[in-house]
Design a protein around this ligand. Structure first.
Ligand code: PAF
Length: 280
């Protein structure tokens, strides 16, 4: 496995991979890798002859007072995990490689970016959309893999790729969960033992809504209230949102058959997100 740090060596690797034929699969990450990230690489390996993971803690998607400085940087462990699953390359750029001085361009995807997580994290999705566009332009993969756990991010990237006619297939990969249902996240490592137990309530809340939906409760407000109840019961009071949305467009008007429930809540100081498609 090769580690590429600058645009020139990345470009040489990309050219060679493309010359060899077959597909290049790309997994953008911020490092602190866990089984969820590894499932993206495994998925890519099923249909791509070359896989490349980027590790870049993107400063433009963190707001003031957020955890940019604290965000875990665990390159030695990340590299070992990727080597173990036969990933072909890591792209490990510095901020200057991604954002050379003098840049003036940002990508905005509105109104998708300013709702749900975007409402409490202004500028977050502009940072995500911009860095993903830059990374896609540098890596030029055939397919890029994103976790369904970041449902709004995945929806926004699909929209952006469509709108800008970017030549890449966007693949969503299912959430990987702990035994008690907690969705894997690099931020789970911030949780204390007590908070870790509480955090399972996000999954429980989603399952409660799903089971009500299956039993015929189709009213979004009732489903949201029931899920909120589960969170509050377990002591999670800082609820950012519990929303039932259209699973394709994320609008409040539900056009697709099965809507998605999305949750963001703080457990202690850690902000967690999760989601589940409610199907009958
Ligand atoms: O999901 C993430 O880890 C990040 O938002 C991404 C897509 C790598 C962009 O920095």
């Amino acid at each position: 496995m090769i580690v590429l740090e600058d645009r020139k060596s990345l470009n040489d690797w990309v050219e060679q991979s493309r010359l060899r034929g077959g597909k290049v699969g790309f997994i953008p990450t911020m490092g602190a890798l866990h089984e969820g990230h590894l499932s993206l690489v495994r998925e890519a390996r099923k249909s791509c002859s070359q896989t490349i993971v980027s590790i870049f803690v993107n400063p433009t998607q963190f707001g003031p007072g957020e955890d940019f400085d604290q965000y875990p940087r665990t390159f030695v462990e990340d590299k070992a995990l990727l080597e173990d699953i036969s990933c072909d390359a890591i792209f490990l750029p510095s901020p200057e490689v991604i954002y050379p001085p003098g840049g003036q361009t940002f990508i905005t995807v509105e109104p998708l970016a300013s709702q749900l997580c975007g409402a409490s994290r202004p500028g977050h999705f502009q940072g995500v959309a911009t860095v993903v566009t830059i990374l896609l332009n540098l890596v030029r993969p055939h397919a890029a893999y994103f976790g369904v756990k970041d449902y709004q991010q995945l929806t926004l990237i699909k929209q952006m790729v469509r709108d800008l006619a970017l030549a890449v297939e966007v693949v969503g990969v299912p959430i990987v969960r702990e035994k008690d249902g907690l969705a894997l996240s690099s931020r789970n490592r911030y949780l204390t033992t007590e908070e870790r137990k509480q955090a399972a309530a996000l999954y429980k809340a989603l399952c409660t809504a799903k089971s009500l939906y299956k039993d015929g409760e189709l009213r979004a407000k009732e489903l949201e209230q029931a899920a909120r109840g589960v969170l509050l019961e377990s002591g999670i009071e800082q609820i950012d949102y519990v929303e039932v949305r259209d699973k394709e467009k994320l609008t409040s008007e539900l056009t697709a058959d099965d809507p998605v429930m999305l949750i963001a809540a703080r457990v202690g100081k850690t902000r967690l997100i999760d989601n589940m498609v409610l199907s009958t």
